[in-house]
Design a protein around this ligand. Structure first.
Ligand SMILES: [Zn+2]
Length: 122
């Protein structure tokens, strides 16, 4: 079997180019590799771990996480690309990390928070 990496159509071995996309077909081994890579991409799901009060806090948190080698996405609530994620009323934005880093990220954020100057200094 041969496969089109663009549209995932299967072809006979004697065919070299996808009739739909015109893409060069790949063999079984290469196709397996592509499928694995795609699975990994969907597994890299980013989940929100922290709501940042303001932009400063968001930067402090993301810096601390990146220092620990954790990929971070910072999204302000002002951005429109927030499909499917619940938006709380308070705060400036959201810190997101890959699913597998969530627990570690929460610990780091917690330790960063305690070192931050208190917001309710009165
Ligand atoms: Zn194709």
């Amino acid at each position: 079997m041969k496969y089109c990496a663009q549209c995932s159509t299967e072809y006979r071995d004697d065919i070299g180019i996808c009739s739909d996309c015109g893409a060069v077909l790949v063999g079984q081994e290469e196709w397996d590799r592509i499928l694995r890579a795609r699975e990994q991409e969907t597994a890299e799901e980013f989940l929100p771990v922290k709501t940042a009060e303001d932009q400063f806090a968001a930067e402090v948190f993301s810096d601390a996480l990146e220092k620990e080698g954790i990929p971070v996405i910072v999204r302000s609530f002002a951005e429109t690309s927030f499909d499917g994620i619940f938006i709380p009323q308070k705060g400036w934005g959201m810190i997101l990390v890959p699913k597998e880093f969530c627990d570690r990220a929460r610990q780091i954020i917690l330790s960063v928070e305690t070192s931050l100057p208190s917001q309710s200094d009165q």
